[in-house]
Design a protein around this ligand. Structure first.
Ligand code: SF4
Length: 409
């Protein structure tokens, strides 16, 4: 099986990302940057643009920026600093979400004013998730499509849309399978590699990055077939796609504690890198994260694919709204119900809660999450992060002592 090991340094990890972006730029394909996880990737590809997820850049500190409101999170500040220091890849346009968090709303408004030559797009997400919401978002997507044609001169091409739906659906199916295989047996594939594969595809969705993730999924399928675990894995995958864990799922107990990681728009690959360092420092190399509920991994990939037989805009809206809810959306009670079920059915022993610096949605959700973890006797740790991981020693030290306490239990 193709399996990379964790890079030796965080700088090497970032250098690999830069290299991927440089290859995209060299391909001279139109690029549309996006920030929020639930962007309509199929729509951009249908207009012959490559969507590129904009990550925080560690070498650009999130300096105080007078134009942004004081409530803006560190992630938004880092992106703004990248742009003001001319450190962004050359984008044909950038998409900001509306109706998510105040920070991104403010960032989009200020960006438009400060960089009037940039093409700033806005997609406003509905608050609810019902038939009216689907209709509303479908119209927003149709408007965005018209905008792309008028402003950027590339029309929606049905053939490209069909290819894009297949590409993204295959990527998500592979990512879902790996995620679920890891829940069943966390040691089957390193969490860092899983996070890396997803980050790579989101940076540059392509057949190459799809092939890489699919070959891993196929390998894991063969492994689980030999162990006769394939039916359970598929049942769990379909259950999670529908937002629940089926009753028949039974996770076998092991000596290793089962660890879950939760949070919003944090860099999963970066967190995984520091987790690996922490477990090496604690001499606990065999420990793995069993389940991940972060925005750029789980919540981005566990969504239904658009159906090619129906209206593309309605289908894309349904697909986006089928994603597990974010902390930026209503629905905390149902998120807590799901989390309770995860703790019980997936036998979670330890919980790592990632909090992006100054992210209000993350921080509003944490007290209830902690209370639930305590009720269910799940040991938890809060890990405040800045998007540059500037205080790596503190971060790794905090995770290391959490792992030592968890294993001593
Ligand atoms: S990290 Fe939090 S505050 Fe920042 S953009 Fe994301 S949801 Fe908004």
């Amino acid at each position: 099986m193709v399996q990379m090991s964790t890079p030796l340094t965080y700088d090497a990890l970032i250098a690999a990302r830069h290299q991927e972006v440089q290859e995209l730029i060299a391909a001279e394909h139109g690029l549309i940057g996006y920030i929020y996880p639930h962007a309509p990737l199929e729509l951009f590809l249908a207009h012959d643009f490559t969507p590129i997820l904009l990550w925080a850049e560690p070498k650009i500190p999130s300096a105080y920026e007078a134009s942004l409101q004081t409530f803006c999170c560190a992630y938004s500040r880092n992106l703004f600093s990248q742009r003001s220091k001319e450190h962004m890849p050359p984008l044909n346009a950038i998409l900001f979400p509306g109706g998510t968090c105040d920070s991104l709303q403010n960032l989009g408004d200020v960006w438009r004013a400060r960089f009037p030559d940039d093409t700033v797009l806005r997609l406003t997400y509905p608050v609810a998730n019902d038939d009216m919401a689907v209709t509303y978002l479908a119209e927003e997507l149709r408007d965005l499509s018209n905008h792309l044609e008028v402003i950027l001169g590339k029309r929606f091409v049905m053939e490209l849309y069909q290819k894009a739906v297949a590409l993204i659906a295959e990527f998500k199916a592979a990512a879902q399978f790996i995620a679920v295989a890891r829940i069943i047996r966390p040691s089957i594939y390193p969490y860092f590699e899983y996070a890396r594969l997803i980050r790579k595809f989101l940076t540059a969705p392509s057949l190459n990055s799809l092939t890489e993730i699919e070959s891993v999924a196929t390998h894991l399928q063969n492994e689980l077939r030999k162990e006769q675990c394939l039916p359970t894995t598929e049942a769990l995958r379909h259950g999670l796609l529908a937002g629940h864990i089926p009753d028949q799922i039974e996770i076998q107990s092991t000596d290793e504690p089962r660890i879950m990681i939760i949070g919003g728009m944090v860099d999963s690959e970066g967190v995984a890198f520091h987790f690996d360092n922490a477990k090496a420092n604690a001499d606990l190399e065999d420990l793995e994260i069993a389940f991940d509920l972060l925005s750029f991994t789980y919540r981005t990939t566990f969504t239904k694919a658009p159906n090619l037989h129906f209206d593309p805009f309605t289908e894309m809206a349904q697909s986006i709204l089928s994603a597990p809810a974010e902390a930026t959306q209503e629905g905390l009670p149902s998120r807590l119900t799901f989390l309770r079920r995860v703790f019980e059915k997936l036998k979670i022993d330890g919980l790592i809660i990632c909090e992006q610096s100054f992210c209000d949605p993350d921080q509003f959700e944490v007290p209830d999450t902690l209370k639930l973890a305590e009720q269910k006797k799940v040991l938890s740790v809060r890990v405040p992060l800045d998007p540059e991981f500037s205080d790596r020693a503190r971060l790794e030290g905090r995770i290391q002592s959490f792992l030592e306490t968890l294993t001593a239990r």
